[in-house]
Every structure is written in structure tokens, then in C-alpha cells.
Design a protein around this ligand. Structure first.
Ligand code: ZN
Length: 287
């Protein structure tokens, strides 16, 4: 590590416990949190803020954007699922579908945001190994774990509904086989993903947000980072985006609004260039 990184680290020192949000002011730079018992040090720079882009939901968005996000979510549910529930199975199934797709996720997100005891609703972690954004700081999430463990049930349910529609003559020929093939392909994918997730969960320790978030999103190494941008927006807030190469397409590993001054933006930019530069020079140097 070059000496140039040290002043940057002092600007972004860890002064609240990354795991539970307890204030570490007056305590040594590294040690054990008196509140949760998790060890902490200065090896990671941890920024707090609100999610944007693909990371954003009711549970981690800026307060001023909640109504807009909830409205889009409900409108999407109505346009995509209303025909299915109401037209095919009547008002009872229709409203139950709407509640499951639109209302419950919004209420769940609102409950999650009030349960976070941290200075922000997302954490952006930067270390020499890589970067990652943790989108949910409210601890374990039974609903997300249930979904990620057993999402393989959904394509099967979809296939059963397709058969029911086919028997009622509501879907025919090409459409039936197209959606059935899609459901079966999705089933194979979900089965593998759910199995992977359940295995990872066994490794995570209770009540450690870092471990639980790491199950959802593994650290992105710097050599897979394609680009980044950091721009000052209104009221001393900046939007930080870090884009990585994926197997199929690029994706934003980090997309967050964080509180920082123009000077701090310069420090973050220097730090990211430093980490990415090291990774690229290591990748291009001969073995
Ligand atoms: Zn703690």
C-alpha cells in the first residue's frame, strides 16, 4: 500500500461499528465493539447513504423518493398482474395477487428501513480486495431468506397454473408451450441458485450484518470493475456508481447517494483510481 492512501483513510475512519452502528468514538482504531462483540479495524472504508438505480427499493431509498418508488411498484403490479388475477380467476384471487405483488413488499420495505440502526440505509465498503454495497442493514431478513431459499417453488406453481389455464381453454398451442418451456428453464436456474444460497447461509453467523449481506452479494474484486463515476449532487450529497463486468452484461455493484463534501469526493476518486490501477497493473504484468 502506498503512503498516499493513509491520509484518505484518516478522512474516512470507521467511527461507528460497521455491524451494529454503535459509536466507536474515543475507542482505539481497531478492537472489539462493546455493543455486539464484532471486531472492527480500519482496513475497509465504509460509506453510508441511500441506494439508487437497481439497488433502490422502499427499504433503502431517500425519504423524498419513497412515494415515487412505491407508486411505480404498485403501478407495475397492476399493469403486469391485474389481467391475470382479475380476468382469469375473479376478484378474490385478483386482490390477493395484488397484495402479494404490490402491497406486502412496500410494507415490508418500510418496516426494514425503520429497523436500521446505522447512519444511513446502505453501506458502501471499499477495501484493497474489492468493493460492495450492502442494501439492507436491518439484520437478518426472514422474508428474503425464505424467497432466496425456496424461489424454486414459483416456476412449478407457474407450470401448474399454465396447465389449469390450458384445461380451461384459456391458453392454447404456441403460447402454452412457450411459457411452459420458460417455466421449466427457470426452474432449473432457481433450483441451482436456491441450493447455492442455502449452503452459503450455513456459513454465516447470526446477527452479523456483514456476513448476512455477504451471502446476498459477494465482494467484487477490483480487476472486474469496468468503470466508476462520482458526482456532487445537491446539498453536499454525491452519487457514487461503480460498474463491473458480468457474465452476461455490466452491472452496478455500487449505486448510492452518500453525504460528502467536494474535498471528500476528490479523496474517494483518488482511492478508487488507486485500487483499480493496482488491480489492472497486476493483471497486465507477466507471470
Ligand atoms: Zn457493534
Amino acid at each position: 500500500m502506498s503512503a498516499g492512501a493513509d491520509p484518505i483513510r484518516s478522512v474516512f475512519s470507521t467511527d461507528v461499528c460497521p455491524n451494529c452502528g454503535y459509536s466507536l468514538l474515543g475507542l482505539p482504531d481497531s478492537g472489539t465493539c462493546p455493543e455486539c462483540g464484532r471486531t472492527y479495524d480500519q482496513s475497509e472504508i465504509i460509506l453510508y447513504g441511500y441506494a439508487r438505480g437497481a439497488h433502490e427499493n422502499v427499504g433503502n431509498a431517500k425519504g423524498s423518493r419513497i412515494i415515487w418508488i412505491a407508486g411505480v411498484s404498485v403501478a407495475f403490479g397492476f399493469t403486469q398482474f391485474a389481467w391475470f388475477g382479475f380476468r382469469q380467476f375473479g376478484p378474490v384471487i385478483g386482490w390477493l395477487t395484488m397484495a402479494a405483488v404490490c402491497v406486502i413488499p412496500v410494507l415490508y420495505g418500510l418496516a426494514r428501513r425503520s429497523a436500521s440502526g446505522h447512519p444511513g440505509l446502505v453501506q458502501v465498503r471499499l477495501s484493497k480486495e474489492g468493493c460492495i454495497q450492502y442494501d439492507d442493514l436491518a439484520g437478518r431478513s426472514p422474508l428474503v431468506e425464505l424467497y432466496k431459499s425456496y424461489a424454486w417453488v414459483l416456476p412449478i406453481a407457474g407450470a401448474i397454473v399454465l396447465v389449469a389455464l390450458w384445461r380451461r381453454d384459456s391458453i392454447k398451442g404456441f403460447h402454452f408451450w412457450f411459457w411452459m418451456a420458460l417455466a421449466l428453464a427457470l426452474e432449473c436456474y432457481e433450483w441451482i441458485e436456491c441450493r447455492k444460497f442455502r449452503r452459503l447461509m450455513h456459513r454465516a453467523r447470526d446477527d452479523l450484518i456483514a456476513d448476512w449481506n455477504a451471502v446476498y452479494r459477494p465482494l467484487q474484486p477490483w480487476n472486474e470493475v469496468e468503470s466508476f463515476s462520482i458526482q456532487l449532487t445537491a446539498d453536499e450529497t454525491c452519487r457514487l456508481r461503480i460498474t463491473a463486468r458480468g457474465k452476461w452484461m455490466n452491472h452496478d455493484v455500487v449505486d448510492a447517494e452518500i453525504k460528502c463534501s467536494a474535498e471528500e469526493i476528490k479523496s474517494i476518486r483518488a482511492l478508487l483510481n488507486h485500487f483499480i490501477g493496482i488491480a489492472r497493473s497486476a493483471a497486465s504484468s507477466p507471470l
